[in-house]
Write a protein that binds this ligand. Structure first.
Ligand SMILES: [Fe+2]
Ligand SMILES: [Fe+2]
Length: 190
């Protein structure tokens, strides 16, 4: 389904461990696509490439983002872990020749989420958090909720991200807060 050269390139660019994680995210994205009636090919490609911007080795993410003409906001500049989302989108376009906007947005927003996420953005965001290699406390609850209602799974996945970031003393991206608030309001209306 995914061409062999893409497998070879991804493995070389992000390293073996992250490549394996990417395969698991691809498989979980496929499962969620089937569960929520989303085109499987798109979900597979987005899951496979979601971390293509997580280049291995000591690299200057600020410089690379600049090379790709990515305009970073203040939070991204001060929490460089988030940059591999928008950077991944540009690498997907320029080096993997991806043109599908749904796939590109799912790659771009998998680090922060955002308000009005598309179904594919939700699928990849959640798949990244619940893929079978993830072992943190509460992951099973997120898996169960995701199977019942993707918005609920996403809400708890966002909570987990926010808690994780706060515990490490890092900046929380406003898009993550906005995504969570929107889902929480929606949940209250259900
Ligand atoms: Fe990532
Ligand atoms: Fe990931």
């Amino acid at each position: 389904m995914i061409e062999q050269w893409m497998h070879d390139k991804l493995k070389k660019d992000i390293g073996e461990a992250r490549y394996k994680h990417s395969i698991r995210v691809m498989n979980t994205s496929i499962e969620l696509a089937k569960r929520y009636n989303y085109p499987v090919e798109e979900a597979a490609l987005a899951g496979f490439l979601h971390d293509c911007g997580k280049l291995k080795g000591k690299i200057n993410l600020l410089k690379i983002a600049d090379d790709f003409d990515i305009i970073l906001d203040n939070v991204m500049r001060n929490n460089v872990e988030l940059i591999h989302g928008p950077l991944g989108e540009q690498i997907a376009i320029k080096e993997y020749h991806v043109t599908n906007k749904n796939v590109l947005n799912a790659i771009r927003y998998h680090t922060t989420g955002r308000e009005d996420m598309t179904l594919l953005e939700k699928i990849v965001y959640v798949a990244d958090i619940v893929e079978p290699g993830r072992r943190f406390e509460g992951v099973d609850k997120i898996r169960q909720l995701t199977d019942k209602n993707i918005n609920l799974g996403l809400l708890y996945a966002l909570d987990r991200t926010i808690i994780f970031v706060v515990q490490r003393g890092k900046l929380v991206h406003l898009d993550t807060i906005k995504a969570r608030n929107q889902l929480l309001i929606l949940k209250g209306l259900e």
